[in-house]
Design a protein around this ligand. Structure first.
Ligand SMILES: [Zn+2]
Length: 242
């Protein structure tokens, strides 16, 4: 299974940066997780949009969904109806996406399991101002867990159990992290992953924050747009070293 980092910044971009977008590729399936601004342009460096089996949206914040509204035009032009897995909520964002005839919206909820070709995908509820589902993906050989946006919470143990690699929203510098911040800090991520059997990748990079020194101190690896990771037993391997 491969993980392509199409974009990893939020809630707004810096120059040349896309927001949240991750392509999962297994033997038989290509699934896009999150569709923030700039993601569709990055996706096409690796695959045609029409090759996607499905789109998963962990939650409906703009930095995770903004390209959905132009994906609609691609689908209309190519006569496609794309499966979009997303949480149900009473919001304008939900009503807009679910009313678009180009999308076949399928609700996801805590504990829901789905199968997309050779991928088994399990959703676990996280804690964020909007309903958010973490995603646990298995191709039968390895497991990748992605937290979506979240604060520290007990369900992280269920999400990360058995995973080789965990992609975690914790790119908030600890000095800028307040108790009400709806994301994890770098320190929280490092502490959480300590002594756990998985390898941690940190994402959702906060713009304008210089986090390199803290990453080095904590021994954390942040993802960069354009990274391609092969998920392997015991962790991951960066396929295109910078
Ligand atoms: Zn969010």
């Amino acid at each position: 299974m491969k993980l392509y980092i199409l974009g990893c910044m939020g809630p707004y971009p810096e120059k040349d940066c896309a927001l949240s977008g991750y392509l999962i590729e297994s033997q038989n399936a290509k699934v896009l997780i999150e569709c923030g601004s700039g993601v569709l342009a990055q996706l096409q460096k690796h695959t045609e949009i029409k090759r996607l089996e499905a789109l998963i949206l962990t939650h409906l914040h703009f930095d995770h969904i903004s390209d959905v509204f132009v994906l609609k035009y691609y689908c209309a032009t190519h006569n496609l109806k794309l499966d979009v897995y997303m949480p149900q909520e009473d919001s304008l964002e939900y009503r807009l996406i679910s009313s678009m005839p180009e999308f076949n919206v399928i609700h996801i909820d805590d504990g829901k399991d789905i199968k997309i070709k050779d991928l088994n995908i399990n959703f676990i509820e996280m804690v964020h101002p909007k309903k958010t589902l973490g995603v646990k993906i298995s191709d039968g050989q390895v497991i990748l867990a992605y937290t979506g946006d979240t604060v520290l919470n007990p369900n992280l143990d269920i999400l990360t159990d058995g995973a080789e690699t965990v992609l975690m929203d914790c790119a908030y510098p600890t000095e800028l992290h307040a108790p009400e911040t709806p994301h994890m800090s770098l320190y929280q991520g490092a502490k959480y992953a300590q002594d756990k059997p998985f390898k941690l990748l940190v994402t959702h990079i906060k713009p304008e924050a210089d986090i390199q020194q803290e990453l080095d101190q904590l021994g954390l690896v942040r993802v960069y747009q354009g990274d391609i990771y092969k998920i392997i037993q015991g962790g991951y391997k960066l396929k295109n070293p910078r």
